[in-house]
Structures are given as structure tokens and as C-alpha cells.
Write a protein that binds this ligand. Structure first.
Ligand SMILES: CC(C)(COP(=O)(O)OP(=O)(O)OC[C@H]1O[C@@H](n2cnc3c(N)ncnc32)[C@H](O)[C@@H]1OP(=O)(O)O)[C@@H](O)C(=O)NCCC(=O)NCCS
Length: 174
């Protein structure tokens, strides 16, 4: 299902047929370095990931991480979308592109459209993002789409301190 379209890109739901692309993306050196090793060693692992992560979220919430493809030739280049995860009160934006499609403005185009979709279509008043402290490309992109650094946080069952960015309504006072 197509979710949104920008000048150069289409964002649509992932399906089990995107297995080879997802296998490549989750083993891309930049994914492994900045997001982590998801142990996707076979095409079956990649298929299971699609079904149990993004597809499950579409069914449960109506949104999730979307496949991002070039309009020109329908070539898949990355994923971008919205995630609701344990440990974060608000919905967060996530993105990852194959190395060869980075630094071309595609990530900005997809992420900007996703922010608009989140507020205009889903009516979300606050959107957050988490990123590793050393992921400068991600931090720059988050700032370019209007997000501001708020504080450092740690997710459940993880030791790494991450940067929390926010957009929209102020976070509730603790
Ligand atoms: C994080 C990530 C999505 C950022 O994407 P990106 O490819 O760097 O983003 P963009 O292409 O939109 O912009 C990057 C640069 O390209 C430049 N650029 C080149 N051509 C451009 C064009 N035609 N239009 C706009 N910008 C262009 C931008 O100016 C920008 O420069 P800067 O980073 O020096 O400020 C990408 O690095 C990635 O997939 N990393 C691995 C996964 C990951 O870390 N995900 C985030 C987890 S929190």
C-alpha cells in the first residue's frame, strides 16, 4: 500500500517480497554500525523480520517503517517511518538508507514527508527520535527536519546512552 509520495520518492508498506532488499539494508555497514546487528544471516531471517516488525506494526497501529523507493524505476533505497516502541512514551521517527543512496538528499525528503504525515494525517502532536551519540549524519538530519535535542536516555535492556530529540508539544513534566 502506498502511504505517501514526494518529488523523487514513494513510501509504501513493506511486504515479504522485499526480503532481498531488507537483507541488504540490515547488513549494510552503516546499519550495523549505528543501529546494530539484527542477526539477519539468511533471506528467511529477513522475511521473518519484515513480518514480525514493520508488518506487525501496520496491523496493530496503522503505521510503521515504510519502504522508500525511487519513483524512477521503483528501486528500493531505504526505510523511513514511524515506530511505537517500549520505553518511549511518544511515537518516534526512524530512517536508514543503503550506503550508496546516502548523501543525496533522499533521507531528508523521506523524513520531512514523514513528519508532515505524522502531524497532518495521524494527528500526532509530539514526535521524538533516538540516535547514538556518534551518529552525526542522523543528528544533522533530525535537526534539519525541525527536531531539537532534549536529553540523553537509555532504553530498556540496553546500556548505551542515546540522544533523544523531540518535535511539537513539550514533553510532560516528570
Ligand atoms: C542517518 C541517515 C539516514 C542520514 O541520511 P543521509 O543520506 O546522510 O541524508 P541526506 O542525503 O538527506 O543528507 C545528507 C547530506 O547530503 C547533502 N546532499 C547532497 N545532495 C543533496 C540533495 N540533492 N538534496 C539535499 N541534500 C543533499 C545534504 O546537504 C547533507 O549534507 P550534510 O550531512 O553535510 O548536512 C543515513 O546516514 C543512514 O541511513 N545511516 C545508517 C542508518 C542510521 O544510522 N539510521 C539512523 C538511526 S537513528
Amino acid at each position: 500500500m502506498k502511504v505517501m509520495e514526494t518529488e523523487r520518492l514513494i513510501l509504501r508498506w513493506l511486504t515479504p517480497e522485499d526480503v532481498e532488499f531488507i537483507f541488504g539494508l540490515l547488513n549494510d555497514p552503516t546499519w550495523i554500525r549505528f543501529i546494530g546487528d539484527r542477526n539477519i544471516r539468511t533471506l528467511l531471517d529477513a522475511k521473518n523480520y519484515i513480518i514480525t516488525a514493520p508488518m506487525k506494526m501496520y496491523t496493530e497501529l496503522g503505521f510503521g517503517l515504510f519502504l522508500t523507493e525511487l519513483k524512477d524505476g521503483h528501486i528500493p533505497i531505504g526505510i523511513c517511518g514511524l515506530i511505537k516502541r517500549e520505553g518511549l512514551e511518544d511515537v518516534d521517527i526512524g530512517f536508514a538508507f543503503l550506503s550508496r543512496y546516502q548523501s543525496k538528499g533522499y533521507a531528508y525528503e523521506a523524513a520531512f514527508a514523514t513528519m508532515q504525515y505524522a502531524s497532518e494525517e495521524l494527528g500526532l502532536r509530539r514526535i521524538v527520535a533516538i540516535t547514538s551519540k556518534d551518529n552525526d549524519a542522523s543528528s544533522r538530519l533530525l535537526e534539519r527536519i525541525g527536531m531539537s535535542f532534549e536529553r540523553y536516555i537509555t532504553m530498556p535492556n540496553d546500556k548505551e546512552e542515546l540522544k533523544l530529540y523531540g518535535y511539537g508539544d513539550s514533553p510532560p513534566v516528570e
